[in-house]
Design a binder for this molecule. Structure first.
Ligand SMILES: [Zn+2]
Length: 473
């Protein structure tokens, strides 16, 4: 990661000195990412492989992955310098064509002639927002100019040009509401971007195999390269999920007795929310990859005698071998936790209460349950294992929401009702799942409904805000 520290004059806020430290993690991850997406980058720089194998890689391939990693480091350097001279993150900048180095950049992956193309992975130079922000903080206006109105004009020009500012508090919480404020994403259309990244992921998984690592690398390294690819869509998924129960908002200021021209809170249209719901809930977690299954076989190589510490790895239930169903359950959990996040669920309920055209929480739950529990003709045993993991994640997610003492009473009631409907559905033999698993799910739901998470906890009361003019003493 990059670290930075500034020495600030406490009297004026002036930054007197800034330090920036960069380490190798970003470059290492970029090489893993590039190697997973396209075999021609396999093991470039030796970073994914460890120091011994870099000499095995064709210099031309090394150059292209290296140039991607270097572009990333250039971007990161500018980012940390931006912090050191006073800039905050702006996670809405990537909706305006890489307008700021203060956003977190996702590599821009294009599909050219059926192959992934990383030649434009990272931007060059700083963006339009950065220029505006530095102008605002540092520009000296000519003598006699009215500084305040000049600064106001800088900001209103930027807003008129479509520039937006949304920072950590708007982007990072699991229940964040504005899809424009997202980390590691590209572009202004969260749903289209998710679909694109899913296409990229499918394409790369279909081709994935031993050629994604270099000759001489241990086969166990395939897992390190495969996992970033398997979860390639995760950040664009987060952005798309924010569309559901989402709204665009801005830091509006009352001006001349009016609010600013932009509507301060604009709930995202019902059509758009449904598109986002359909794209993110699409068979949650189930990989659509129709590849040869080479990745499963290849990733099953044990890691004996190699560097076993892989930062991106996950604990496997099939340890020491790769766990495809476990990976699918993690991917499904991202979808279910995102869509059933208590704040998001409460907003869905509130928006629907105000405008019946907006999706209801029942509809959101049905979209998730419907996809996970729909029957699939001629399902292979392997696919059935994945389906079991996904169904478990969905039931656990509904129980979690139903039992969540911080969720609104309406949300808890609707989640509980979702469990009742699901229990009925599972009461039918020939439900689309293994018989033993069907019985277990149904038993668990029934047990939960009669004795939810012992000891049963009531919904937390919201505290009355402080009103006394002085504290306790
Ligand atoms: Zn930062």
């Amino acid at each position: 990661m990059g670290l930075r520290a500034s020495v600030v004059d406490p009297r004026t806020g002036e930054i007197l000195k800034g330090n920036v430290t960069l380490d190798s993690q970003r470059a290492r991850q970029d090489v893993l990412l590039a190697s997973g997406l396209d075999p021609q980058h396999a093991g470039a720089c030796g970073m994914a492989a460890g120091p011994d194998s870099s000499y095995l890689v064709d210099p031309a391939d090394r150059a292209s992955a290296e140039s991607m990693a270097l572009a990333r480091i250039r971007q990161l350097s500018a980012h940390e310098v931006g912090h050191a001279i006073g800039l905050n993150h702006n996670f809405a900048a990537s909706t305006r064509d890489r307008a700021s180095v203060m956003d977190y950049p996702a590599p821009r992956v294009r599909i050219v002639d059926g192959r992934v193309d990383l030649s434009d992975a990272y931007a060059n130079g700083i963006g339009a927002y950065d220029k505006t922000a530095i102008s605002y903080g540092y520009r000296q206006f000519p003598a006699g100019a009215n500084d305040k109105s000049e600064l106001d004009r800088l900001v209103s020009d930027a807003i008129a040009g479509g520039m937006r500012y949304l920072a950590d508090d708007e982007a990072r919480p699991a229940g964040a509401a504005d899809p424009r404020a997202s980390l590691w994403d590209n572009g202004d259309d969260a749903v289209a971007n998710l679909r694109h990244e899913l296409r990229v992921r499918r394409l790369a998984i279909e081709r994935f195999g031993t050629t994604n690592i270099a000759d001489g690398q241990a086969l166990s390294q395939l897992e390190a390269v495969f996992l970033p690819l398997y979860f390639h869509h995760r950040y664009h998924l987060q952005a798309a999920v924010k569309t559901v129960g989402g709204a665009h908002f801005s830091f509006s200021v009352r001006k001349d007795a009016k609010v600013s021209p932009e509507t301060p809170i604009e709930v995202i249209s019902p059509e758009r929310q449904r598109e986002a719901l359909a794209s993110s809930a699409r068979r949650p977690g189930a990989s659509r990859a129709r590849g040869s299954g080479a990745h499963r076989r290849a990733c099953s190589a044990s890691r004996v005698g190699t560097d076993s510490v892989v930062r991106e790895a996950f604990p496997k239930r099939t340890d020491p071998f790769f766990d495809p169903s476990g990976a699918a359950s993690i991917a499904a959990d991202m979808v279910v936790r995102g869509l059933l996040e208590p704040h998001r669920a409460a907003r869905v309920v509130a928006f629907h209460a105000r405008d019946a055209r907006q999706p209801s929480l029942d509809e959101v739950i049905e979209a998730i349950v419907g996809r996970a529990f729909s029957s699939e003709p001629r399902e292979t045993a392997n696919r059935a294992l994945v389906r079991i993991e996904v169904q478990r994640v969905v039931v656990d997610g509904l129980m979690r929401l139903s039992g969540d003492v911080s969720a609104s009473p309406a949300v808890r009631a609707i989640a509980t009702d979702g469990l009742r409907r699901l229990s009925q559905r599972l009461g039918v033999r020939r439900a689309p799942t293994y018989e033993a698993f069907r019985r277990m799910l149904r038993d668990d739901i029934e047990r939960f409904l009669s004795r939810p998470f012992e000891p049963q906890k009531p919904t937390e009361r919201l505290p009355v805000p402080q009103g006394d003019p002085i504290g306790g003493s």
